[in-house]
Ligand binder design. Sequence first.
Ligand SMILES: [Mg+2]
Length: 338
Amino acid sequence: MKINLLDKFYGCLLGVAIGDTLGHPFEGKIRSQIFSYFKNFGVFLDSNSDLFRTYTDDTQLTLHLAKALIKGNGFNLDYIIREFVNWLDDPPIGPGYGCISSIQKLKYGIPWEQAASNSGGNGTVMRIAPVGLFYCKDPKALQTAAIKTSIITHSHSAASAGAIVIASAIAYLIDKNPETGFSVDEFFNVIINSISNSQDEIWEEFIEILYKLKSNLDMPLESGLIKFSQAGVKSPYFIEQYLGQAFVHPYTISTVVCTIFIFLKNLTSFSDCILELATAGGDSDTVGAIGGSLAGVYFGVENIPPNLIKLLKNKKKILKISEELYRVFEKRFLTGVI
Ligand SMILES: [Mg+2]
């Protein structure tokens, strides 16, 4: 099978929106609570699709970031700030504190160095997919762009690291064929190497947790989620009441690690993967969005069931932005190469 990169771009951004849409109604719920409503999410979804009406801030900001990359032919700080400010008029759906507080300041012309919150929340990694797509052929530029798009709103180093890890995972998966699979060892090498050139303590801790995840991949899904739901979370943000529960914390490291865990345990089909991601528990919409970008880029649009695309709001707009992003990528990285 020849890889069609445009199909992978479509799959990735549709994956963000589908995961976000399916996870949204479960945001803030413990996984066991979600599965008290039904045994099989796929069956439930077939007869209750009208409960899944909208995506949230994760998809909104992903689309704005994609538009900024299209207009700027890659990273351009002014375009990105302008697009993030435009998001305030969407208006934002279910925004996190780190994003909304900093972007409101950017709107009033406060320089990003002062506007950024010190949040280590998952608000930057949830929107990073377009950077992974656009810079998939240039790991160095990918790392720089992932950091720069993060620190505008989140100065915490966990946020930058998470953005690099997920963008690098997308870049790795874009030329993998789901019929033949990929090496999980190689996948971990790529994402761990992507953040190994720093002495930052948080980045080092993130790497340790990724190694721990790699050696625990055999754990059953529920037990693994219980183990990693609050990975790396420090006091006073650790939530005592969710200890021993599958409830993914919105801290970047715990969100990214749980998302990768679910993704790697569900490589059978896009459907299997997205249904597990969206019911992770805790920050379900963001786990759905980030994991949806991984599943979407790996499986490509041709392996996304039409019923999942059908329930999406603004699907034409998402497809159009995906194609425009692909065209600028093609022009910059492929013209003259093939
Ligand atoms: Mg959200």
